[in-house]
Ligand binder design. Structure first.
Ligand code: J2J
Length: 528
């Protein structure tokens, strides 16, 4: 779904879109060859090494027949291989489809099928999950596009990613308006949709967020959240910091135990978290011995951060707080580094660019006044005009004049800052991880013990929302237990954050006058 020609011209004239493509590194910086590009607890990679490794991998992929326009599902933990692969794919014109580490065979199969991916790149084993078994299940159930499974580490029956290596070759540079990567939607209630982001729009996002967050060549960004998510990848994140010659520090987990020692040893200056992690970090900062004084900025986003936790960040972590309200489809809102505390603690920021067009639309279809609630609609130079191959969804989620209907219910202050109040659809935001209710309900309906089911969100102190499965059992004498329901879903190969936290057994589900499940009534019923 391309932008209309008049918008293309406008974004180019105003300098939002340039010829910049992803995949470049600032090798022209003095001493670039030996600058630290990527740091993990066990390894350091310089810009010179990253640049060569990306070229060799791009050439190796090409030798396998993977090149411009091919889709590659990427399922790697935060590690050096993930960064090298991103640059290799951008350089070769192949398009990464970023899966999340928690995804399992059900989600990966869906991603491979919808993107018609030719390759799946995964780790060998992370904690107790053997990704090669995921590959096996995916190969058995996809509809046939997949030709290569490339494994970082011990490949088992597949190809080792380290063997995908060849002498660098000249590769045709992609066009700035070509699609560069696919992100996954978090805001849709069915299986994730693919979000095509172009080189030009993503480079625009990187440039503008870097300026807003004052990223420079000496910035050291800690990637604590999964690297394939828009927030740590590109707001400005890992791609933003590497574009400027700074250092990307990769943590395998966002816990204080794994991040605090890295902040000290790698002298991290900025990082980003989801709100559910903030209380853990604040508490750990009280007793931890690690030196966190290098940290200057903490970005928090993905779900709403309450003012109580927000106001403790500067004092306890000794850094500036920035709230980020973003979405993989595009629009990013930030509190500014020099905003007063009242704005930083109480709002989720305002749009990144003056070319971001935003409307707040009330339930009756009229424009909301400042302070009034409504759904946020947006379009702009880095907001997509449609999901990949999802004509029906695009008709409902985008307006005719190209606004993306975010599904977020917001209030806008008189100065243009947003407060996120809730959602107009029933995606559950479980501490920043989005649980697509329809998708989970469909899996639950396949359970022979379940006659009817609805998944609802319940308020929770720590995660913001928990998921609760409301189940009508086939046999009221033998209702399923939460453990059984979760085990059943697990067997179906879905990400563990989608498993319900609670189970409520009911004789029937409340219905609306037109016969749909009445989730509002259900929430009231379960909550009271
Ligand atoms: C309330 N809800 C928020 C916030 C996102 C930066 C930051 C986050 C995301 C992200 C992202 C919120 N307060 N501060 O891509 O680049 C909810 C909204 C939104 C949905 C998008 C980024 N920040 N949300 O979370 O695509 O409901 O992106 O529409 O995963 O998360 O989810 P996702």
């Amino acid at each position: 779904m391309p932008w209309p020609e008049s918008f293309v011209r406008d974004y180019k004239t105003k300098g939002y879109w340039t010829d910049e493509v992803l995949g470049g590194l600032p090798m022209w910086l003095p001493g670039a060859e030996d600058r630290e590009a990527v740091v993990t607890p066990g390894r350091t990679m310089t810009y010179g090494q990253l640049d060569r490794a990306a070229d060799r991998l791009a050439a190796g992929l090409r030798a396998l027949g993977i090149g411009a326009g091919d889709r590659v599902v990427v399922h790697l933990p935060n590690d050096v291989e993930m960064v090298v692969l991103c640059y290799a794919l951008f350089r070769s014109g192949a398009l990464p489809v970023f899966a999340l580490p928690a995804h399992r065979s059900s989600e990966i199969t869906h991603l491979v099928d919808t993107s018609q991916a030719v390759a799946y790149v995964c780790a060998d084993q992370v904690l107790d999950c053997d990704y090669r078994l995921i590959a096996k299940e995916v190969l058995a159930s996809t509809d046939g596009s997949l030709e290569h499974v490339l494994v970082a580490g011990d490949p088992g029956p597949y190809t080792a990613l380290s063997d995908v290596d060849a002498d660098p070759v000249d590769l045709p540079a992609p066009d700035a308006q070509d699609v560069a990567l696919f992100l996954l939607s978090g805001g849709t209630s069915g299986p994730p949709k693919l979000i095509p982001r172009t080189h030009a729009d993503y480079a625009c996002q990187l440039r503008m967020t870097s300026r807003l967050c004052a990223f420079e060549a000496d910035t050291r960004y800690l990637c604590a959240l999964p690297l394939g998510h828009n927030f740590p990848l590109a707001c400005p994140g890992v791609l933003g910091v590497l574009r400027l010659g700074g250092t990307a520090v990769l943590a395998s987990e966002p816990t204080p135990e794994s991040c605090f020692p890295l902040i000290e040893s790698a002298r991290v200056t900025v990082t980003s978290l989801v709100p559910s992690l903030v209380p853990l970090w604040l508490e750990a900062a009280e007793w931890a011995q690690d030196d966190l004084t290098s940290l200057k900025l903490l970005q928090v986003g993905g779900a709403r951060l309450g003012p109580a936790a927000a106001s403790q960040v500067p004092g306890r972590l000794g850094c500036t707080l920035q709230q980020v309200y973003g979405m993989a489809e595009g629009l990013l809102n930030f509190t500014r580094l020099d905003d007063p505390d009242s704005v930083v603690f109480h709002t989720q920021g305002c749009p990144l660019a003056s070319a971001d067009e935003v409307r707040v639309v009330r339930e009756d279809g009229r424009e909301a006044q400042p302070g009034e609630e409504g759904e946020l609609y947006t379009r702009g130079p880095y907001t997509v005009r449609g999901y990949y191959q999802a004509a029906e969804r695009n008709r409902s989620q985008f307006t005719e004049d190209g606004y993306f209907r975010t599904g977020d219910v917001v209030r806008r202050t008189a100065t243009g800052y947003f407060e996120v109040v809730g959602r107009s659809n029933d995606v559950i935001n479980r501490g920043g991880e989005k649980v697509p209710t329809q998708e989970v309900e469909e899996h639950l309906r396949a359970d022979p013990g379940i006659a009817a089911v609805a998944l609802i969100g319940l308020p929770d102190e720590d995660l913001g929302e928990l998921s609760c499965a409301c189940v009508v059992p086939k046999d009221p004498q033998q209702p399923p237990t939460l453990r059984e329901v979760r085990a059943g879903l697990n067997d179906r190969g879905i990400a563990s954050y989608k498993l319900p936290d609670r189970l409520v057994i009911l004789p029937a589900l409340p219905l609306t006058p037109v016969g749909k499940i009445d989730k509002r009534a259900l929430k009231n019923q379960v909550h009271s």
